[in-house]
Structures are given as structure tokens and as C-alpha cells.
Ligand binder design. Structure first.
Ligand code: ADP
Length: 400
């Protein structure tokens, strides 16, 4: 049986999946997404340049929850690849808490540990766990591997890991974890591959997608990041506030009589670009809209990116490279140009034509710091971990 990995990335109402040959470095065979799970679900799948794409509405019952969505995905993959059996299933898990600094083989004990972390990420972790449970049922013989969004940041210095709260909270796990770790690790690996010297230096990676954060690294190790205890902190996002004074929570609860669930919903799903623009969480829509409110949302996003970039560079003691990734970072020339405006004090000068052309290196030849665009690939990091932990004599040891 050819070793094959299925990757699963379960969001609150979506399930991203990938199928990889993992005989050597993972080779993608299919990549897809079920969205609007529990509503009017839709399926998109891409079988590669020669094999075509598919996009269609699903019956509500085909994806009423994550379990049925996974069953629908498996039916599709089995029809397309009748001989394929997953030998490993890799899962993106949002929170690894203080314990998980590496991907882990899912054993009953590990699963219990992941369940115990659910209060740290109540909106995401239960879906990740549901994905693991559904995959264990569907592939009882496959090695299940959990890959954590927090793991990459677990070795940050303590000053970046703690809050100024009474000490007992640090021990209870109330720490700055940072997220988007799979993306940062992939991008850092790419920099090491094509610019090994730069990789050793002071690098800020800006992952600007629907979720957005920045990470400052030295020698490919995370030193500081903008996200904290949850994926709510730091930069403003599609629908999330980013950094906000906690006093706003007290005001909403005590003066406006909102419940804490209402405030959480407001901060996670109604704020950010959507909240300011009163129009959309989607940067493309805002760039095209040109209304005062849409422009204000973009201004705020750019302002906070610049502010955080300056802070991260100060922690790193300077900047050798700024790297953009994520849907906005990889595609929006305007946002990149605006973030980099007047940053000569940080050694940054963009090359307009290169930026317009979406090239990998977009700094001018006079720029002291490098500015790069590196498309991220979180899925392949999951496939690599699934391969590593499912093959060879390490499996039994890793499962302990
Ligand atoms: P997610 O965090 O859901 O994975 P993505 O990384 O796919 O999100 O990023 C989605 C964001 O990228 C959206 O705001 C979208 O508008 C933006 N985006 C994608 N392509 C472009 C583009 N060509 N110009 C501006 N923004 C873009």
C-alpha cells in the first residue's frame, strides 16, 4: 500500500482537506474545502492542473456537522482514487497549550490532553477534536497526527510568553501562545531554502489573511508574535478586533448589559474590517468599494500593521527582512505598498514594479532590508508531520 496522508483543517463552519502521496516529500493529489457546514454547504476541490476542479452546492444533510462533512469528503476521494487508503491523517489543531511544542501522534492520552485545552480555544478546539474523532472512526488503522498552531512559538523568551497578571495565572496556562505557527514554520523553511544567510537574521513574517498576525524570528526561531492567549489579539482581522483595551469588555457588560457570550461574538465575528467598514470582512471587496467606511477599515488595518512591525523590529534589534504571506499579503499590492511607505528608517524601500508584479523579492536594490512575498502552505506542513510521525521506528516511541 502506497503511503498516503489525508490532511484535515477543521474551522468553525468549514473543513479544509488535502490528499498527499507521502512516499518522499509530500506530493499533493487533491486539495479542497467544505464550507458553510451546518447551513447551506458548498464543496470545492482541486485535483491538480491536469485533473480539473469541482465546485458545487451540497445537500444540507451531506454536511450538517463535521462528521457528515468528512464522510462526504471521503466518498468523493474514494470515488476519485479507488485504490488509495490513508496511512496517516494529519490534523491542524489550534491550541497545544504549554505542553505541545511539536506535532504529536494522537493517543487516547493525547486526545484527553487536547480536550483539556478546549477552554483555551472554545470556538475552535472542539471542532478540531471532532475532526480527529471522526477520522479515527473512518481510518482506525491510520496514524493520527496533531499539528499545533501554537507549537512554533513555544520557545519564545519568557517576557514574550507572560502577561502582567498574578503569577498563578502563568502556571494555570494563561500565557501568550501565538498562532499561525504552521504558516510561520513553512515560510521560515522556504527562506532557509532560497536565502540561508537571511534565514539566520532578523525576520518579521506578516501573515495577512482573514486571520492576521506577525511573528518576529531570529535564526528561524520565533522570538515574538502579535497574537496572545487567543487568536483575537494583535492585528485587526476580517471579523476580529485585534488588540483592544480589556476595559471595553467591562463597559459593554456593566454599562450596556451585554452578556459575555454576546461580547465574545462581537469581538470574534462582527468586528475587524467588517466592523469598521460596516460592509465586508473581505479585503478585495473593501479595496473595490471606495466608501469612506471601507477606506477607514483599510487605514486602520495598515496603521496597526505598521505599528506592530515597528514593535517587533524593536524586539529583534533591527530588521533584515519583512516577508508577506496570507491572502492579503500575497495578493494585495496596495496594502503591501502602504505598509512599507516611509519605512526607510527600518531600511525598507519597495520597488514599485516588482511589487506590482507580485514578485518574490519586492525591495529596491537600494533597500537595506529585504522585502519578500512567500506564498504560505500550512497544509504541506501537516502532511510532512504526518509522514514523519507515521513512518519508521519512531512511531511507537512518538505515541508514548
Ligand atoms: P484565511 O485566513 O481564511 O486562510 P486567506 O489567507 O485566504 O484567509 O486570506 C483571505 C483574505 O485575502 C481576504 O480578505 C481576501 O479579500 C484577501 N485577498 C485575496 N486575494 C486578494 C487580492 N487579490 N487583493 C486583495 N486582497 C485579497
Amino acid at each position: 500500500m502506497k503511503p498516503t496522508a489525508l490532511t484535515l483543517n477543521a474551522g468553525s463552519s468549514s473543513l479544509k482537506f488535502g490528499l498527499y502521496d507521502i512516499e518522499g516529500e509530500p506530493v499533493e493529489r487533491a486539495m479542497g474545502l467544505v464550507e458553510r457546514i451546518g447551513g447551506q454547504p458548498r464543496l470545492k476541490v482541486d485535483f491538480g492542473p491536469d485533473e480539473g476542479r469541482e465546485a458545487r452546492e451540497l445537500a444540507a444533510a451531506d454536511a450538517s456537522d463535521h462528521r457528515s462533512a468528512l464522510a462526504t469528503v471521503l466518498d468523493l476521494l474514494r470515488a476519485r482514487f479507488p485504490d488509495v487508503r490513508a496511512t496517516a491523517v494529519g490534523h491542524r489543531v489550534v491550541h497545544g497549550g504549554p505542553r505541545f511544542a511539536e506535532p504529536a501522534v494522537v493517543t487516547p492520552k493525547v486526545l484527553d490532553a487536547l480536550r483539556a485545552l478546549a477552554p483555551f480555544a472554545p470556538l475552535h478546539q472542539p471542532h478540531n477534536i471532532a475532526g480527529i474523532e471522526a477520522a479515527m472512526e473512518a481510518f482506525p488503522d491510520a496514524v493520527q497526527v496533531a499539528c499545533f498552531d501554537t507549537a512554533f512559538h513555544r520557545h519564545q523568551p519568557r517576557v514574550n510568553d507572560e502577561f502582567a497578571l498574578p503569577r498563578e495565572y502563568y502556571d494555570k496556562g494563561v500565557r501568550r501562545y501565538g498562532f499561525h505557527g504552521l504558516s510561520y514554520e513553512y515560510v521560515s523553511g522556504e527562506i532557509r531554502r532560497f536565502a540561508p544567510l537571511l534565514h539566520e537574521g532578523r525576520v518579521v513574517v506578516a501573515h495577512l489573511g482573514n486571520g492576521a498576525s506577525m511573528c518576529g524570528m531570529i535564526g528561524g526561531r520565533s522570538m515574538v508574535s502579535t497574537m496572545g492567549f487567543t487568536a483575537l489579539d494583535g492585528l485587526p482581522m476580517g471579523t476580529r478586533t485585534g488588540q483592544i483595551d480589556p476595559g471595553v469588555v467591562f463597559y459593554m457588560v456593566q454599562q450596556e448589559g451585554k452578556t459575555i457570550d454576546e461580547v465574545r461574538d462581537l469581538f470574534y465575528t462582527k468586528s475587524g474590517l467588517l466592523g469598521i467598514s460596516d460592509l465586508s470582512n473581505d479585503m478585495r471587496t473593501l479595496e473595490a468599494a471606495g466608501t469612506t467606511e471601507a477606506n477607514e477599515a483599510i487605514d486602520y488595518f495598515v496603521f496597526r500593521c505598521r505599528r506592530e512591525l515597528g514593535g517587533l523590529a524593536a524586539v529583534l534589534g533591527g530588521l533584515d527582512a519583512l516577508v508577506f504571506c496570507g491572502g492579503i499579503g500575497e495578493n494585495s499590492r496596495t496594502i503591501r505598498a502602504r505598509i512599507c511607505e516611509n519605512l526607510d528608517w527600518l531600511g525598507i524601500e519597495l520597488d514599485r514594479a516588482r511589487n506590482e508584479g507580485n514578485e518574490r523579492r519586492i525591495n529596491s536594490s537600494y533597500s537595506r532590508s529585504h522585502v519578500l512575498v512567500v506564498p504560505t502552505n500550512e497544509e504541506i506542513m501537516i502532511a510532512r508531520a504526518a509522514r514523519r510521525l507515521s513512518q519508521g521506528p519512531g512511531v511507537a516511541a512518538a505515541a508514548e
